[in-house]
Design a protein. Sequence first.
Length: 201
Amino acid sequence: MPRIADRFRGFLPVVVDVETGGFNSKTDALLEIAASIIRMDDFGRLFIAETLCEHVEPFPGSNIDPKSLEITGIRLDSPLRGALPEKEALHRIFQPIRKELKATGCQRAILVGHNSFFDLSFVNAAIERTDCKRSPFHPFSSFDTVTLAGLAFGQTVLSRAVQSAGLEWNESEAHSAMYDTERTAALFCSIVNRWKILTGF
């Protein structure tokens, strides 16, 4: 039976998207984080197993650009937001990932993202701020779906890449961490599964 641990050299791909208060991971707030755990079926095809999402309280002294809130539609004062402190939010995201690592025999999770360096920089900054000792993620390696989609479909914008893969895209739901993560995860699975058909790998 094929194992996901053998497909990516012991790495477990976990698709991550963050919504933030700006572009600087050291100074700007992390506001949402979502993660899709990827599994492999008996035929070696990837699929989304579970998607986790947490709303995050801005860390003390963090910057939040109003333009960022306009794009994401996040309302910080909404009582329905249910935001958690960074440390608790990371714990809730990381715990199921660590459990999946044990179940699959993978050594580390590898972050998959659309412009993955951006998401990884915010995750790493939050890890550093909260003194998190047990991050499941590789600290600097990542898989970037911008590169993969550029190769596979000639598209680098997420919405266009998703549609080029024959997947649904709803612009009104975009820019929420949950939706963007699940669409990025579907895109990643689609590309890897097509590669398997083309090459047998």
